[in-house]
Design a protein around this ligand. Structure first.
Ligand code: LER
Ligand code: MN
Length: 270
């Protein structure tokens, strides 16, 4: 299993040199800490000179395993379930930009918060149908560019749809695209799943999973709370999973300390 950590590049605010310098210094810091990659949480991927970014990434022999897309909903309000057609189409257009970028960086694209929250002017049923039809459109774009989409179950306090792993797997089966896989986040697993059944269930469904997010039950660095990371990671390890586990935690006291402590903790338990 490979290790990565989530970071942004502030590409909407910074000029090109600043963006690329930020990426270089991340690589420089993370490589000696045994990281294999950096997951990028982006807002406007098209603002980044992707060929230059690739050169840096390759010079460090690091990967960009996945691109986070949640900022599209948080900052612009565009979502896959949006009841206004204009806003829904905008979300799909934005996903296309991520897919084009991901094709160049050999990354996967996350479908998480971009599903959006249900709007009181609309109905849950309608927005869910919108999510499904938007996702089908995104799958076609992903297939045409040979990029994998990662569908992430997210806890009910952050989003209204597809909070659990089993609901999400049913959706994956309904859509039936070999370019649509599952992202399992330990924090959402802790909040949403029944601890009596989840371990065995995940073991049987591990073949759907193409990416992992790691945060402890307090959403801080793995090892600072009570989540059983050894059992969680062993499920995937024993099923032959050779993808990434990405640290996606509250970066306190600092990104540097979270990166360092997470890597040390995971090395100790694995
Ligand atoms: C949000 O809670 C989360 O886990 C992100 O990965 C969603 O894109
Ligand atoms: Mn996550």
């Amino acid at each position: 299993m490979k290790l990565s950590i989530v970071s942004g590049l502030k590409e909407s605010k910074n000029n090109q040199e600043k963006i690329l310098n930020k990426f270089s210094s991340l690589c420089d810091f993370l490589k000696p800490l045994n990281y294999d990659g950096i997951e990028l949480s982006l807002l406007e991927p098209e603002k980044i000179e992707v060929l230059r970014l690739n050169e840096i990434k390759e010079s460090y022999q690091l990967e960009i395993p996945a691109l986070g897309t949640g900022g599209t909903y948080i900052r612009f309000g565009y979502s896959l379930g949006h009841h206004e057609e204009f806003m829904r189409k905008k979300a799909i257009e934005r996903i296309e930009k991520y897919i084009e970028f991901a094709r160049e960086t050999k990354s996967k694209v996350i479908i998480g918060l971009i599903r959006g929250r249900y709007n009181f002017e609309s109905s849950a049923k309608k927005e869910k149908l919108n999510i499904i039809s938007s996702l089908k459109e995104c799958c076609r774009l992903a297939e045409n560019n040979d990029v994998i989409l990662l569908f992430e179950p997210i806890n009910q306090f952050e989003i209204d749809s597809y909070n659990t792993i089993s609901e999400s797997i049913s959706l994956l089966e309904e859509i039936g695209s070999d370019h649509l896989k599952l992202l399992v986040d330990s924090f959402h697993t802790y909040l949403e799943e029944d601890p009596l059944y989840i371990w065995e269930y995940m073991q049987n469904k591990a073949h759907y999973v193409a990416h992992l997010h790691l945060a402890d039950d307090n959403r801080r660095a793995p090892g600072t709370g009570h989540f059983d990371f050894k059992s969680f990671l062993n499920i995937f390890k024993n099923s032959g999973y050779n993808g990434f586990a990405s640290i996606e935690a509250i970066m306190k006291p600092s990104f540097e300390e979270v990166a360092k402590e997470s890597s040390e903790f995971l090395k100790m338990i694995m």
